[in-house]
Design a protein around this ligand. Sequence first.
Ligand code: GLP
Length: 250
Amino acid sequence: MQVQVFRTSDEVAAAVADAIEQVLASTPAAVLALATGRTPLAAYAELARRRREGRLDASQAAIVGIDEFAGVPAGDPGSFAAYLEQHVIGPIGFDPRRVERLDGAARNLDAECARYDRALEARGGVHLILLGIGANGHIGFNEPGESLVAATHVVELHASTRQDNASPFGGDVNAVPTRALSIGMQAILGARCVLLVATGADKAATIERALNGPLTTRVPASWLQTHRDVRIYLDREAASLLRGEAVRAG
Ligand code: GLP
């Protein structure tokens, strides 16, 4: 596990953008699984800037979504599909025909999850997955619990996760769906390269448990310790509870 700590969240964003730029340069048709959430927004803005400057060409690459709220159609501003549209696909210049989305509005959600796993397999798996981390240690929407799930699946969201996701729903936690679809641990741990990004003091305790703690289904992100190419990008605040030589100042 490679852990890099940067002085500011802007430096984190630039380093994450560098890693994605490198993958696109070496593998133009790479399949990228890209997180939604607040944390990666600065990296997406940086990639969009590089694209405007003509430094970055994402037109051959594919994007696959990581998760989606159940019952929320792609056109809904609260959907992760809308987030990807707004912050990733257009601004960074991905080809809309090369985007695989989980359909939160599908009538049969289990069938949608099974379809999604087949679609990921048909694309040859994921080259790079960029993850954020939930305050409770979730990755994608793989919530902590007695067990974790390998395949794409329907999940009951924890109350704290719904609270954390209230802002795209007008800040009203009751408007946040109670269920979601999430890729499973197999797709995450099967990605050739995993990037995890976290910024801010409110992620520090979770990062410490995920990186230094035991492997446990109570902290889904702890399973990233088993991956052979995982790169963790932190600002000082998110890294403030880490100790040990693993931390290399950026
Ligand atoms: C959300 C999403 C994740 C995201 C995480 C952290 O619930 N399902 O994909 O990475 O929580 O979000 P944020 O970056 O806004 O803290």
